[in-house]
Design a protein around this ligand. Structure first.
Ligand SMILES: [Zn+2]
Ligand SMILES: [Zn+2]
Ligand SMILES: [Zn+2]
Length: 254
């Protein structure tokens, strides 16, 4: 399995518009963060988690040949507003693509992108995205790959993280339900939300994320959904062993 981080930034991205802080002005490429998303390649299949507003840029940068399925964590703007770019893959692959998520996420997607879910299966050449919506609640096989949704609390909503084999991706979370810890045992790699130093009502702070990462005990934890408050090097060197900031372009072989 190969995991590529397409973006590791919070909703506004880093740099933020019109911000002159040291991280936004930093020349370190690891402080440039597009909106959070990963591509998982497994058994010659390409599973994309979320379609961010930066999706076009992310796919120009990485040149993935195809997308087989999209897993949505939730329907906040920073995780869905690249959906229109899927039409390029509909055209190239001559296929409708399946999108998966919990009921609230899929309802919201269908409301916002009604045209993408309304097209008949064969009409993929008219310049509109063509997706099928699949509500999932528990372990789901997608092309023979076992995908395990991990319920996570994100402010007022329950959203999904996803586990595939010993890799788990848990962005946009400020509390992990007790039952979900059982789904996060024996991980080689955990990806976890760590927004900033101060606490936040819908994201883990860095301190909270470190505490959670210790409890979960993955062999390696990478933090994502990072704001402009956190400097890759300055804050990164203070992290405990087996924990690090993810960065755009980071690739993991598992
Ligand atoms: Zn987000
Ligand atoms: Zn800034
Ligand atoms: Zn969110």
């Amino acid at each position: 399995m190969r995991v590529t981080f397409l973006g590791t930034g919070t909703s506004g991205g880093v740099p933020m518009i019109n911000c002159d802080c040291p991280v936004c002005r930093s020349t370190n490429p690891k402080n440039k963060r597009l909106r959070s998303s990963v591509m998982i390649e497994i058994n010659d299949r390409f599973l994309l988690i979320d379609t961010t507003p930066d999706m076009r840029q992310q796919f120009l940068r990485h040149r993935f040949p195809r997308i087989d399925a999209i897993l949505y964590t939730h329907a906040h703007a920073d995780h869905i507003f690249g959906l229109d770019e899927i039409r390029r893959f509909n055209y190239l692959m001559k296929k409708r693509l399946p999108a998966y998520g919990n009921a609230a996420t899929m309802q919201r997607l269908i409301k916002v992108f009604d045209y993408a879910f309304a097209a008949p299966e064969i009409e993929f050449q008219k310049g509109i995205p063509n997706l099928s919506a699949h509500v999932i609640e528990g372990p789901t096989e997608i092309f023979g790959i076992e995908v395990l949704p991990i319920p996570l609390i994100h402010g007022e909503q329950t959203i999904f993280g996803y586990r595939i084999e010993n890799f788990a991706y848990c962005t946009d979370v400020n509390q992990i339900p007790e039952e979900s810890y059982d789904l996060l045992k024996n991980l080689d790699v955990l990806v976890l939300d760590a927004l900033r130093e101060k606490r936040h009502p819908s994201h883990f702070s860095l301190g909270e994320a470190i505490t959670e990462a210790r409890r979960i005990g993955a062999r390696q934890t990478y933090f994502t959904h990072i704001s402009h408050i956190l400097d890759h090097n300055r804050h990164g060197q203070m992290l405990p062993k087996q924990m690090a900031f993810a960065y755009d372009g980071l690739e993991l072989e598992l």
